[in-house]
Ligand binder design. Structure first.
Ligand SMILES: Nc1ncnc2c1ncn2[C@@H]1O[C@H](COP(=O)(O)OP(=O)(O)OP(=O)(O)O)[C@@H](O)[C@H]1O
Length: 270
């Protein structure tokens, strides 16, 4: 079993995201320690680990909400210093555990809003009444509507988020993340709060993400549902106390006693 070694696959030379030696401290707490991993283009990479292992911190580093004290990142082979407001323009989008939908906007408008980051300045253009702003907004509404239909939730297009069944709200959040045509999508506990039928639905949806549209999409997935993560990921990295304690294919992770011990320790502690 490899430890602290970046993923090596046939697609490794087309790495979408590469993290090298990432370290984050919060005062005396080491949240991430020398974390190195690769997300090859077109792959689904899972991040597992007990509570407090550093999974959310890792996503926050990739999104630019936390600047690491150590290490470096590259995206499509170029140095990557993410800025949250410009993430979708760089081809990165994220779903949140808390969904983060705008309560006062319909499902359709929530998804349409996700398209705003990919154009140069649609908001300012809209204020100025520039014709291309209206055109690009019409296009975004059409794409949002198509995504809702694709996910089988088109009938909820004009409903407000508080009225949406939870699994539908989760799909709206995913559609909002996809409308900006990301090449890297970060899914933060997508199975949380879903029943088994919805998780099975989600499994198919995640499996289909890398082949979406014209671009090769890479997926990073933080997930506590072990069955889901094992069944959709090409590679998994397991964090514990901020360190990568194991990484490899789902079968390698399942067979690694270090991983079992990390989870057992977590259960005994809680
Ligand atoms: N803003 C912060 N200030 C101080 N400590 C923090 C902060 N954010 C995270 N931590 C600490 O960093 C460590 C990693 O936390 P993180 O939330 O990344 O773990 P996690 O794997 O996402 O946990 P969970 O599965 O419970 O969401 C924990 O010890 C946590 O208490």
């Amino acid at each position: 079993m490899q430890i602290q070694t970046p993923f090596r696959t046939d697609a490794a030379d087309t790495s979408r995201l590469e993290l090298t030696g990432i370290g984050v401290r919060f005062g005396g707490i080491v949240a991430l320690d020398d974390v190195s991993l690769q997300v090859p283009a077109g792959s689904v990479v899972g991040i597992m680990g007990p509570n407090g292992a550093g999974k959310t911190t890792l996503f926050n580093v990739i999104c630019g909400f936390i600047r690491p004290g150590d290490g470096s990142m590259s995206f499509d082979g170029r140095p990557f210093a993410p800025v949250p407001q410009r993430l979708s323009a760089r081809g990165v989008s994220r779903t949140l555990q808390g969904l983060g939908l705008f309560a006062g906007l319909t499902a359709l408008d929530n998804v349409t809003a996700g398209a705003s980051g990919r154009h140069r300045s649609p908001f300012a253009a809209g204020l100025l009444g520039l014709p291309f702003a209206a055109r690009s907004n019409r296009q975004a509404v059409g794409e949002a509507s198509a995504l809702l239909d694709e996910f089988g939730i088109g009938s909820y297009a004009h409903a407000l988020p508080p009225a949406l069944p939870y699994p539908v709200a989760k799909k709206v959040a995913l559609a909002r993340a996809l409308i900006s045509d990301p090449t890297l999508i970060l899914l933060d506990e997508p199975a949380g709060g879903l029943d088994q039928a919805d998780i099975d639905d989600l499994r198919e949806l995640i499996r289909a993400l890398p082949q979406r549209a014209d671009s090769v999409v890479s997926v990073m997935l933080v997930e506590h549902n072990v069955d889901l993560i094992m069944s959709v990921c090409d590679h998994i990295a397991v964090l514990d106390f901020g360190r990568v304690i194991s990484q490899g294919t789902p079968d390698e992770i399942k067979a690694d006693p270090v991983v079992a011990q990390a989870y057992l320790g977590d259960r005994e502690a809680s």
